[in-house]
Design a binder for this molecule. Structure first.
Ligand code: NAD
Length: 495
């Protein structure tokens, strides 16, 4: 899908300063402000992006509102929208290599993962929603004779999209493609840590024929741009992926402004439960390692808790340590690298502080725990494993969003369920067992938006992803995600 020579040809390509895109035009911040973007690969300046503010958000929302109200997108045939979304998918695929390398330079995800998880996944998402356009029927309600109840789906209007720095293309596409498919217009605010590939995606959308004003982007910080979008009186729906703290803020902004709907896809502390009857323990260990240490743990569904039945706990933990110690950490633009950089210096320091706290809380540090490759100037932390982690510790209870695994032994299925469900989160989970009844019981009993059985991650766009508890209140992906971006309207007719 991408070769080392293709990567090497792109790795030092100049990156132009980036501006907002409003009403199809590239525009500077209203006060001309810019902010510097550094690459986590080496801590060096990569480029500057526009540092927006509330005036820029007002302009972008006004453009999105005008484009919505005049029907240039909301009132064309759904199949015509679908054709454009599919053209966008084609163009993303055609540019997959350069999009992936640009994104990796911005956020440090290893390229072997990024090429599939970023452009190829984003293309698949645009294709999925493009294909759904025109296949979205309304309803005739089963009303009494002499009356007719019609249920129409209508776009909501202007959708505000705020995304995090991990997998910006994949997560951005989940939201943008679904919102556009339902006929809305969009104002996007990428993470200031990883804006660049999304900015190119917005250009691609216009090159594919998306009308001006339908997709606008304002770059900058959360407090300046994100808050202005969240508080805006003319944004109808906010869809957000990121931390719980900012999710709470967005709900408050909605309460303080126009009561816009707010959908949150938040963090997790996802349990991976290994029973002694898991069968191939080597395979289960390899999946456990990939589930937490790929992308240096900066994955919302990272399997950051490993619950192992006591009879295999020591053997299984050794297998995980042996496999994790073979991982190649470092230059994310090397195809052989299995875990790249931490996305920013701030995030690296936050992970290191969480590791120090875990040591103080009494868990046994069995591997890692320190910064690596500091001579490169980049932000790297090796796979870190704590054994016998206390259930009440921050190590078990709080999302770290880094390459840190908490291992806990358990004795019974009931205990595994209690430990697994014993956090405020409920995003993802997994169970490894050969007992089909146990597998189904665990699917029923684990409190999570997704329960993997004998695997981890990799679910395609046909199934929803969303959390329960403090992992969120909405779903991305699948036809269910369209519900976030449309209203139901009843026509009640006396015959
Ligand atoms: P973050 O919450 O710090 O930032 C996310 C976005 O919110 C960024 O664009 C940021 O600029 C913006 N923001 C920050 N402060 C804001 C404010 N006051 N008002 C409005 N917007 C503001 O999250 P992050 O560090 O970028 O990403 C990591 C988090 O995202 C983790 O918690 C991770 O689990 C979560 N995540 C969840 C999913 C999922 O699908 N559930 C997927 C990926 C990441």
């Amino acid at each position: 899908m991408i070769s080392q020579s293709q990567i090497d040809a792109l790795r030092d390509a100049p990156v132009s300063n980036a501006q907002h895109v409003i009403n199809g035009q590239t525009v500077a911040a209203s006060d001309g402000a810019m902010m510097e973007i550094t690459s986590p690969i080496n801590g060096q300046r990569l480029t500057d992006i526009a540092a927006g503010g509330s005036v820029d958000v007002d302009r972008a929302v006004a453009a999105a509102r005008a484009a919505f109200e005049d029907g240039r997108w909301s009132r064309i045939a759904a199949t015509a929208r679908g054709r454009i979304l599919q053209r966008i998918a084609d163009k993303i695929e055609a540019e997959a290599q350069s999009l992936a390398v640009l994104g990796v330079r911005d956020n440090g995800t290893e390229i072997s993962m990024a090429i599939k998880a970023e452009p190829m996944s984003a293309a698949a998402t645009f294709r999925f929603y493009g294909e759904l356009c025109g296949k979205d029927y309304g309803e005739i309600a089963p009303t009494a004779p002499g009356t007719l109840g019609l249920v129409h789906h209508e776009p909501v209007g202007v959708v505000g999209v705020i995304v995090p720095w991990n997998f910006p293309l994949m997560i951005g596409a989940w939201k943008i493609a679904a919102a556009l498919a339902a006929g809305n217009t969009v104002v996007l605010k990428p993470s200031e840590v990883a804006s660049l590939s999304l900015l190119r995606l917005v250009e691609i959308c216009h090159e594919a024929g998306l009308p001006d004003g339908v997709l606008n982007v304002v770059t900058g910080t959360g407090i300046d741009v994100g808050a202005a979008l969240g508080k805006h009186m003319d944004v109808d729906v906010m869809t957000f992926t990121g931390s719980g703290g900012v999710g709470r803020q967005l709900m408050m902004y909605a309460a303080q402004s126009n009561l816009k709907r707010v959908y949150l896809e938040l963090g997790g502390k996802s349990p991976n439960v290994i029973f002694a009857d898991a069968g191939d323990l080597d395979k289960a260990a390899a999946v456990a390692v990939g589930g937490i240490f790929r992308d240096s743990g900066q994955v919302c569904i990272a399997a950051s808790r490993l619950l192992v039945e006591r009879s295999i706990h020591a053997e299984f933990t050794e297998k995980v340590i042996a496999l994790a110690s073979k991982m190649q950490i470092g230059d994310p633009l090397d195809l052989k690298t299995s875990a790249g950089a931490i996305a920013s210096e701030t995030q690296m320091n936050s992970v290191l502080a969480a590791i120090d706290l875990a040591k103080a809380e009494g868990a046994e540090l069995r591997m890692g725990g320190t910064r690596q490759l500091s001579q490169t100037g980049g932000y790297y932390i090796g796979p870190t494993l704590f054994d016998n982690a206390p259930q009440s510790s921050a190590l078990v209870q709080k999302e770290i969003f880094g390459p840190v695994l908490a291992v806990q032994p358990f004795d019974t299925e009931d205990e595994a369920v209690t430990l697994a469900n014993g956090t405020d989160y409920g995003l993802s989970s997994a169970v490894f067992t050969r007992d089909i009844s146990r597998a189904h019981r665990m699917v029923e009993r684990l409190k999570a938006g997704v329960v993997h059985v004998n695997t981890y991650g990799g679910a395609d766009g046909s199934v929803p992803l969303g959390g329960v508890g403090q992992s969120g209140n909405g779903h991305d992906k699948s036809h269910h995600a369209l519900d976030k971006f449309r209203n139901l309207k009843t026509a009640w007719i006396q015959l």
